[in-house]
Design a binder for this molecule. Sequence first.
Ligand SMILES: Nc1nc2c(c(=O)[nH]1)N[C@H]1C(S)=C(S)[C@@H](COP(=O)(O)OP(=O)(O)OC[C@H]3O[C@@H](n4cnc5c(=O)[nH]c(N)nc54)[C@H](O)[C@@H]3O)O[C@H]1N2
Ligand SMILES: Nc1nc2c(c(=O)[nH]1)N[C@H]1C(S)=C(S)[C@@H](COP(=O)(O)OP(=O)(O)OC[C@H]3O[C@@H](n4cnc5c(=O)[nH]c(N)nc54)[C@H](O)[C@@H]3O)O[C@H]1N2
Ligand code: SF4
Ligand SMILES: [Mo]
Length: 756
Amino acid sequence: MPLKRREFLKASAAAAAAASIGVNLIPGMENKLFADAITWHKSVCRFCGTGCGVMIGKKGDKVVAIKGDLENPINKGHICVKGFFLHKVIYARTRLLYPMIRKNGKFVRVSWDEALDYVAKRFNEIREKYGPDALAFYGSGQAETEETYMANKLFKGCIGTNNMEGNPRLCMASAVGGYLTSLGLDEPAGTYQDIEHAELFLLIGSNTAECHPIIFERIVRHKTKNPNVKIIIIDPRKTPTDQVADLHLFPKPGWDLAVLHAMAYVIIKEGYADLDFIKKHVNFKNNEGKDISFEEFQKFLEDYTPEKAEKISGVPASEIVKAARMFGQARTAMSMWTMGINQRTRGVWANNLIHNLHLLTGKIGVPGSDPFSLTGQPNACGGVREGGGLCHLLPGHRKVTNAKHREEVARVWGVPVSNIQPKPGKHTIAMFEALNEGKIKGIYIMCTNPAQSLPHAQKFWKGLKEQFVVLAESFYPTATSEYADVLLPAAFWAEKEGVYGCTERRSQYMPQVLQPMGEARWDAWILRDLAIRMGFKKEFEKYKTAEDIWNEYISLTKGRDMDLSGATYRRLKKVRGLTWPVPSEDHPGTYKRYVKGDPFFDKLPEEKKKGRRMYFYGKPDGKAVVWARPAKPPAEPTDKDYPFALTTGRVLEHWHTGTMTRAVLELERAVPKAYVEIHPDDAKKLGIANKDMVIVETRRGKLKIEARVIDRPEPGTLFIPWHWKEWLANLLTIDAFDPGSKEPEYKVAAARIYKA
Ligand SMILES: Nc1nc2c(c(=O)[nH]1)N[C@H]1C(S)=C(S)[C@@H](COP(=O)(O)OP(=O)(O)OC[C@H]3O[C@@H](n4cnc5c(=O)[nH]c(N)nc54)[C@H](O)[C@@H]3O)O[C@H]1N2
Ligand SMILES: Nc1nc2c(c(=O)[nH]1)N[C@H]1C(S)=C(S)[C@@H](COP(=O)(O)OP(=O)(O)OC[C@H]3O[C@@H](n4cnc5c(=O)[nH]c(N)nc54)[C@H](O)[C@@H]3O)O[C@H]1N2
Ligand code: SF4
Ligand SMILES: [Mo]
């Protein structure tokens, strides 16, 4: 009864979000729960960027139960279905248990010594023959901070290449670009505490109910208690998030920049702008970065009156006006957005325009008001954005292009500063293109599954097939293992300790409660051993514990905007995480940045802060920027041959490429296969009935898939969830990317659909 279960989950908005407070036991354990001692261990869910606290129930040498952590301030005991089944993922039959090397086309089990010696030898040969830039690392926002730190040191500091990337490029890069250009520094100013103070929520390009269920649940609970709280959604599709919406605007995929401009136009025209805040805290800039006046900005917005925006986006002008008034009139407002905004060729600009609304109305820096980007993965913020796991970054929000930053990092790493190259390496798409071209000849892939998750995936299989691919994975087989030359079994969640940093700047500690399955080993130790075998003994031998790595990392954050130097393991083991900046061991962590109470604001000289309630200290004059960005369309607009806009995304029960959630029977049964959502009007025109097999085709590929005729996407829009390698949505997506953030446009491709 697969669908029944899903219907049950969807029965109410809150139930769709939370599997409720309860304990999930391995079947057969129910009656034994209280009879025999179960020990409970405080940890963090390994799935989404919400960062829920979980309690791991252990009996003997097995994890037998999971429950939400009642004391965790994020989720107060609630967890969603994915968290609820985490312990079952550990025991999946598909765990990768031994190192394997491909010999004559077949994987053969080998010892760790043989596997690592082989990788070290091949990597060194490539490095000697073709130089360090013929090697690359591709990591993950699901890796722990300690793991990414080790990879960063090995690749950027020792091998000497900045070809080090991770899947947050596919996910958060546009949000980073937005924060940097609008507010001056990466990551949100506010925290989840703002939710309970907000009067209005603007959820744009975010299916919060399915993708950040516990954040959604907090919003729903707050709205239920306070009926004056309003929710606006901007999304080309109805989703379970809609169940609590007061207003839903449906732009055509890729065309919503005009809607945001039109909202700004109405906000200013109708007097909702906070002129005093603007005067003290805001600069206006045109698209080239030149200063313009407020009047010139208003002039720019004349091109985006609600009527003009209606023509561009398809959203009725009257609804844009309504949304703008709701935003303007609310005392406080929080915007939340995810991939509907970031995964766009104008993702950074779309981010800027959301920040614009908050800066124009002064709805920032007070409880309940914040432009608050939702992070996808559990440690994209912690390990990759803060830890510097991309090709232009170094740990502690540092940049490879900055000589002082290189020196600071090289000193702590104990490597010559000349090892760290001053130029950014190849961003993700360029990296996989370089594999195709044979310019990169060896790659180490950790905790990610690019053969399935890259846009226009089939284009990149060539390079994966031809070059030397080392894959550190916890499961087998995966789409990427088909192309790997060496498989290294990685210890999974609960089999290793480490830190995750979630959406709200909160770093949380996870303990090791289990011995790894089979011969699996911690990713950080695999990297350490590989480094030593490659000849970097002096640099890596010194790390004896996870805490050694963490301590070195937080020493590098001292004095940086994301100061974590006070977040020692000793402290993190006791508390439910700390929100940075946390500059000393007695500092409680920071609720809001750029305002009183933020240690960096507090220590600014008085004359700088005079008459101001915020100081954006990442900008030279402490002022944030309202950007006049043109409302450019997507890379591949629809046309007569490909009349549909195809968008891809997620469902509640599954995680990305499905390697974990599809291994849990309950989750797999709930949504057992992919489908394409099509509006009933479109289906009727094309003679497509519910459950018919159809072909969805773009300029890059074709996919045979079941139709789901449903009033969810607007007419003209199609939606495919991308969790299944058997129905690979990424055969269809486009690898065009944002020129600023280099994040691909997964959310819009021109498509046609017909009966199979
Ligand atoms: N259940 C579940 N939860 C997850 C994940 C998961 O795999 N499964 N993954 C996590 C990760 S890494 C991420 S990044 C997040 C993603 O979280 P979300 O971004 O919320 O999820 P998506 O389904 O990718 O896309 C969200 C919405 O963007 C809309 N959209 C498409 N095009 C446009 C557009 O042009 N404009 C606007 N305004 N909206 C548009 C889609 O209709 C869709 O409803 O979820 C995290 N949480
Ligand atoms: N069409 C389409 N494609 C998309 C997106 C979309 O919206 N539409 N979204 C993009 C986004 S936002 C993201 S974040 C990416 C995600 O894309 P991926 O990162 O490729 O997807 P995951 O399935 O999360 O891959 C994580 C892998 O790590 C393995 N793993 C789990 N735990 C461990 C561990 O402890 N150690 C190691 N070494 N391995 C482990 C898992 O088995 C899995 O194979 O996909 C992108 N691709
Ligand atoms: S909301 Fe996210 S972090 Fe919380 S239990 Fe669900 S998947 Fe885990
Ligand atoms: Mo993501």
